[in-house]
Design a protein around this ligand. Structure first.
Ligand SMILES: [Zn+2]
Length: 167
């Protein structure tokens, strides 16, 4: 009898450990492709910006002045990144948002290139370079995610909200 209880206890501990491992693996399920595969999938500008950390010229991208309701996703892997109701007119010539759909979809890196200390933002799932985040945005976050149009795709949605974006 005692043995059976012990076996049941050990069994449930092992099961719990396995379940945790699975969730962890799901979260870090990266999209990894070769340079050749990215080149094949993306146009020249998209490739240069997302895979080579390039920057499109201000006021030249297709979304800096885009005001439709919808969802902006990673051009490389399709992960939803920003909602139109968090987009604001920053006057900087790039699409700007005050927060991502979820903190986990964006990863931040310290960037000391170009003689500045900035915070680079990349897509967590595929490491696509998206742009930079600056501490001069509007409420409620005070952040400005300054994103290259070349890094994102847009799809229309009548009710772009954080909950519907996750469907
Ligand atoms: Zn991505």
């Amino acid at each position: 009898m005692k043995n059976q209880i012990w076996m049941a206890l050990i069994g449930s501990v092992v099961l719990t450990a396995c379940a945790k491992e699975e969730v962890k693996n799901m979260d870090t399920n990266k999209v990894v492709k070769t340079e050749a595969e990215w080149k094949e999938q993306l146009d020249d500008t998209q490739y240069r910006v997302t895979r080579k950390k390039g920057t499109e010229r201000a006021y030249t991208g297709k979304y800096w002045d885009h005001k439709e309701l919808g969802i902006y996703s990673c051009v490389c892997c399709g992960t939803d990144l920003f909602l139109s109701d968090t987009k604001f007119d920053s006057g900087c010539g790039w699409p700007s948002y005050f927060k991502p759909v979820d903190d986990k979809v964006i990863t931040e890196h310290r960037d000391t290139t170009a003689g500045m200390i900035r915070t680079e933002v990349v897509c967590t799932k595929c490491d696509a370079h998206l742009g930079h985040v600056f501490p001069d945005g509007p409420p409620p976050t005070g952040l400005r995610y300054c994103i290259n149009s070349a890094s994102i795709d847009f799809r229309k949605s009548d009710e772009p909200s954080t909950s519907s974006a996750k469907e």
